[in-house]
Design a protein around this ligand. Structure first.
Ligand code: B1M
Length: 215
């Protein structure tokens, strides 16, 4: 099984947009855990590409091709992520990537995992101003508001969402979760959020804890 996971990682690194869907399907047919395939295969590949991009070894078109490969593979694997068992109480979550940030792969994975575990996810997409996020959270009476940011330059937008909610007295009942590769526990605390998680499974554990759902 490790072999399929390694091949999925390699497919992203090689920008194999054509082959990745077939490979993902074949891996599933051979019993690979879809979440492992996403986290340790596709996501590991995109992170490696990101490191090379950051080091100036790769350029934007290559980053885009790797991201497209990741998305194509995830489109096969995500629907096969096993559903959690606790679907008795529906907890609503509003999720978005902050303004000025168009990274969505990790947020989408968090949305998939929350949905698979019985949460009702309202996903606003990327590049969302704090007013839009807070307005929607009020409108749908969300228990949780989750914001994602992938860049050091867009991270302050997460603080903006939380500060704005506090200052305007909006969403007094809601809990705020933040996440994305550059987000640390300390930063999450500093900006007044109710927590962060390093991956989608961690986001589910945190969300369950915050809404008081039984394990
Ligand atoms: Co961009 N990018 N990118 N990019 N990109 C980064 C973030 C970067 C670190 C790459 C690098 O330089 N090494 C860098 C940011 C540097 C910084 O911090 N300042 C960067 C840059 C600079 C840029 C552009 C500015 C490039 C340019 O145009 N010159 C541009 C940004 C434009 C903008 O947003 N305004 C840009 C564009 C892109 C693409 C479009 C090509 C593509 C995104 C495609 C898409 O999303 N549709 C892309 C990609 C793919 C990346 C990297 C390589 C990978 C991100 C990713 O998808 N990871 C990234 C490098 C990196 O992160 N190491 C990089 C896989 C994903 C599964 O992980 O998103 O971390 P992640 O999500 C995880 C956890 O973080 C957590 O769970 C997820 C699942 O495990 N999590 C949460 C995420 N959100 C959460 C929310 C939660 C809880 C947990 O609660 C609410």
């Amino acid at each position: 099984m490790d072999d399929y996971i390694a091949q999925l990682k390699k497919a992203v690194i090689d920008y194999d947009m054509e082959g990745v869907s077939k490979l993902a399907q074949e891996a599933l047919d051979h019993g690979m855990d879809p979440l492992q395939g996403i986290e340790n295969g596709l996501a590991a590949g995109i992170r490696e590409v990101g490191q090379r991009f950051g080091a100036g070894e790769l350029f934007l078109p290559e980053l885009v091709m790797a991201a497209e490969t990741m998305r194509a593979g995830a489109a096969v694997l995500e629907p096969r992520v096993p559903k959690g068992s606790d679907t008795r109480t529906v907890h609503r979550v509003v999720l978005a990537t902050v303004q000025d940030d168009i990274h969505e792969i990790g947020k989408n994975l968090v949305a998939t995992m929350l949905t698979a575990n019985g949460f009702d996810v309202v996903d606003l997409g990327v590049n969302q101003p704090s007013e839009t996020i807070l307005k929607k959270a009020q409108e749908v009476n969300a228990e949780l508001v989750g914001v994602s940011a992938l860049m050091t330059t867009s991270m302050p937008r997460m603080k903006e969402v939380i500060s704005s909610a506090q200052a305007k007295g909006l969403c007094p009942k809601q809990k705020f979760i933040v996440g994305g590769a550059p987000v640390t526990e300390q930063y999450a605390k500093e900006i007044g959020s109710d927590g962060t998680a390093g991956d989608a499974s961690g986001a589910v554990r945190l969300a369950r804890q915050l809404v008081g759902a039984k394990e």
